[in-house]
Ligand binder design. Structure first.
Ligand code: TYD
Ligand code: MG
Length: 453
């Protein structure tokens, strides 16, 4: 007979203590401890990379390099965010706010992939609801099994008999293991179920997607510990009132974390947006002041984004500086450079900056476009529509080169831009390789001349 014991768990980070505490010593949150019953005989998490025998150390140079086998999914955006496909035996946590489209995306993945067997386990919706949703999306895959179950042992029984290629769990917060007495969604249940799923995926080599909810504060509900246990953490974000959704990877053991997937929510599910520039650049015919276009990179992909600025005289003593999607401190730095090196008096002006489309950019290559948008709004002179900008701006007002410049220029060319302003110091840049006109500048004063003269 297993011995029952109780302990207090922080619902925010999973910290365990025998006594109730007001403040969590690990994450500093207040009032997050909840008593949960635990059995003494909780199965130990086994380290799967090791064989049953005691492991021997090996020279790093003697270890053979093995490419991870990857499943190529029907969803190209998801493939890319995962680092080139789904790795066998990986455990992927898929987080996002309620209603953002997590269930839709993964159900869509299951029913649009062919030649693969999917088991979609839902603890949140009934068979009928899932059927209705799948009919909206349009069903193609005949090998998609649906299970509405929340007991993890029953799920494993089904998985054993169906032997799916990919297992999807919607959501981890609804699962429970009968070995533990606390309620579904509590830290110990979530931890235990995740560790059992981890064991399942490593032993059977079946990749598992775990949907997880996100709290108001934006962290994965419940435990940070989950993020440590899984191989990959994906986050699905976007404004519920906007149609665009961004898929980011926050942690990825099998690829880089700077890839971004973009989707549009339409009546028939989520549409992959292959050409992000199409949504990030507005196509108004009249030229407006305060708008410039930057060629930026998200991961391996070049795209053009619109930078909008509004400069107005400060109504109150201290001028306001506010930026959305761009680092506020960097904006202040660029404003100081404009003031000192170009003589624009911005010290008494309110400056608002916005990156269109609700995305966040931390690529220094958009500096020049920020400068251009601010100057354009300040002088109320529009920048011609067919001009793109792409360079970093230094403290002395110099226009600095950026990486992957060829790719950025090609993207601007592809989208029909006629001119692109870049740094003179980019290496190996030749006009003859491009149809688009290259305007080479070394200082921002030259850029001002090229734009507004
Ligand atoms: P859902 O996948 O249920 O969100 P989550 O699982 O993250 O909580 O998404 C629900 C929203 O998506 C809902 O508000 C309706 C919308 N939606 C569409 O706009 N088109 C569709 O084809 C589908 C299936 C959903
Ligand atoms: Mg859902």
């Amino acid at each position: 007979m297993a011995k029952v014991k109780s302990a207090y768990f922080c619902q925010s980070c999973g910290y365990e203590t025998p006594k109730w505490l007001g403040k969590c010593p690990s994450c500093g949150e207040w009032n997050t401890f909840v008593e949960e019953l635990i059995h003494k005989q909780v199965p130990q998490v086994v380290a799967f990379s090791k064989t049953k025998n005691t492991a021997k150390s090996t020279l790093l140079s003697n270890i053979k390099h093995q490419e991870h086998d990857r499943i190529k999914l029907s969803d190209l955006e998801l493939n890319r965010v995962l680092g080139g496909g789904l790795v066998f035996g990986s455990l992927i946590l898929f987080g996002g706010e309620p209603g953002i489209g997590k269930s839709t995306l993964l159900l869509q993945l299951a029913i649009t992939s062919t030649d693969m067997k999917f088991l979609y386990v839902s603890g949140e919706e009934s068979d009928q609801q899932i059927k209705m949703r799948s009919e909206r999306i349009g069903r193609k895959n005949n090998d998609c099994y649906v299970l509405t179950e929340t007991n993890i042992q029953n799920i494993f029984k089904q998985a054993e008999s169906i032997q799916p290629t990919v297992l999807i769990i919607d959501s981890i917060q609804t699962l429970y293991s009968s070995e533990i007495e606390s309620s579904p969604g509590s830290i110990s249940q979530v931890k235990e179920c995740t560790s059992q799923l981890l064991r399942y995926s490593k032993q059977t080599n079946v990749p598992v997607f775990l949907i997880g909810h996100i709290t108001k504060e934006g962290s994965l509900a419940g435990p940070k510990v989950l993020e440590h246990m899984v191989d990959t953490v994906l986050q699905f974000e976007g404004d519920r009132n906007h149609v665009y959704r961004l898929l980011r990877s926050i942690k990825n053991r099998f690829g880089s974390t700077n890839e971004l997937g973009i989707y549009e929510m339409v009546g028939t599910g989520l549409r992959q947006v292959e050409n992000p520039s199409e949504i990030l650049i507005t196509n108004n015919d009249s030229s407006l002041s305060g708008i410039s276009t930057a060629a930026t990179m998200e991961g391996m992909r070049a795209m053009l984004i619109e930078v909008q600025a509004l400069v107005s005289s400060a109504a109150y003593g201290t001028p306001q500086r506010s930026s959305t999607g761009f680092d506020g401190r960097r904006l202040n730095m660029l404003l100081a450079v404009m003031e000192k090196r170009c003589g624009f008096k911005l010290g008494s002006k309110d400056v608002f900056l916005n990156i269109a489309g609700g995305i966040k950019v931390d690529d220094p290559a958009i500096d020049l476009a920020v400068v251009a948008a601010v100057l354009s709004s300040n002088t109320d002179m529009a920048i011609e529509k067919h001009i793109a900008l792409c360079a970093e701006v230094g403290l002395s007002g110099e226009v600095r080169p950026v990486n992957k410049i060829d790719q950025r220029i090609s993207e601007a060319e592809k989208l029909g831009f006629k001119k692109i302003i870049v740094s003179k110091y980019n290496k190996g840049l030749a006009q003859k390789n491009f149809k688009i006109e290259l305007v080479l500048c070394s200082k921002i004063t030259e850029v001002v001349k090229a734009l507004f003269a």
